[in-house]
Design a protein around this ligand. Structure first.
Ligand SMILES: NC(=O)c1ccc[n+]([C@@H]2O[C@H](COP(=O)([O-])OP(=O)(O)OC[C@H]3O[C@@H](n4cnc5c(N)ncnc54)[C@H](OP(=O)(O)O)[C@@H]3O)[C@@H](O)[C@H]2O)c1
Length: 259
């Protein structure tokens, strides 16, 4: 049995991981890390029984085989450092990380296996693999990324849009594209090599990413959309299963799935 602990168990994704894990054989969620100051008794009232809920990181890590984190960048960094000390593999889906947060994950990866992915859905992982090939093959086509998410999302553009943009930049070796966020007054004209990213925030949209490649007379559009957070939860649980037993290091979700 793989014992999972969830960092951010009170959030939308934390609760979804908990729900999906009940359908996956060989996996059990046994613990949840709460943010400092939250009363475990209050939280327990809205979650299934039998979970060890605590804001105490060492206690949380003692009872689990792998940590799955969908929380806030500051908590991600602290939890990753503690997981490294405790020797617990770390799966993180938290987005909006800045340089110090990424560094904390990299340092943790010197001692434990770590996977961070902005999108744990299978379809998005495949899209991320396809995009460099398309960007290289259609080398002089314009590329724009359009992402849509629910109104409560805290970061923009999405981590997935950033990951797609980085994959495109790396693939376009000869042209150095300039990233343009949105397109407002004074920026209407598209310049050669630009990579536009457009973030839409509306309603309850779970997450949709479109890669638009366009030439003068034709265009190609690939869209992935998550119809439920369960897609991300299933992927994160699969990543946890595949991460256990690996040597310390920083793994991509694609590497764990297809490597
Ligand atoms: N990689 C993927 O596939 C994927 C998919 C969906 C979402 N995400 C990302 O996962 C993260 C969580 O998303 P969500 O929709 O579940 O968010 P959410 O519903 O807002 O939940 C956030 C969780 O983090 C905790 N938290 C928030 N701010 C905190 C802080 N300053 N310090 C410590 N803990 C804090 C919350 O605790 P309280 O309840 O106490 O506030 C809650 O447990 C986001 O970064 C989101 O972009 C990733």
């Amino acid at each position: 049995m793989l014992r999972i602990g969830i960092v951010g168990i009170t959030g939308r994704m934390g609760r979804t991981v908990l729900e999906v894990a009940r359908e996956v054989p060989g996996i059990e969620v046994v613990a949840g890390l709460l943010r400092a100051g939250r009363d475990p008794a209050d939280v327990a009232a809205s979650l299934p029984g039998g979970l060890a809920l605590t804001p105490d990181l060492p206690a949380f890590l003692r009872s689990i085989d792998v940590a799955i984190d969908f929380s806030h960048p500051d908590l991600t960094a602290v939890a990753a450092r503690a997981a490294a000390q405790a020797g617990v593999p770390f799966v993180s889906g938290t987005t909006g990380l800045t340089e110090p947060h990424r560094r904390a994950l990299e340092e943790a990866a010197e001692r434990i296996p770590v996977v961070h992915a902005a999108n744990f859905s299978l379809g998005a992982a495949v899209l991320l693999r396809l995009v460099p090939e398309l960007a290289r093959t259609l080398a002089d086509w314009d590329i724009e990324l359009i992402e849509r998410h629910h109104r409560a999302k805290r970061d923009a553009p999405s981590g997935t849009a950033n990951a797609l943009a980085q994959a495109i930049l790396a693939a376009r070796e000869t042209v150095v594209p300039r990233i343009v966020h949105g397109r407002g007054p004074g920026e209407a004209l598209r310049r050669t090599g630009e990579l536009g990213i457009h973030a839409v925030r509306a309603g309850g949209e779970v997450g949709r990413h479109t890669v638009l490649l366009a030439a003068e007379d034709e265009a190609l559009e690939l869209t992935h959309w998550a119809q439920s957070r369960r897609a991300y939860a299933r992927g994160a649980l699969e990543a946890a299963r595949r991460l256990r037993g690996r040597p310390p290091g920083s793994y991509s979700f694609g590497e764990l799935l297809f490597g």
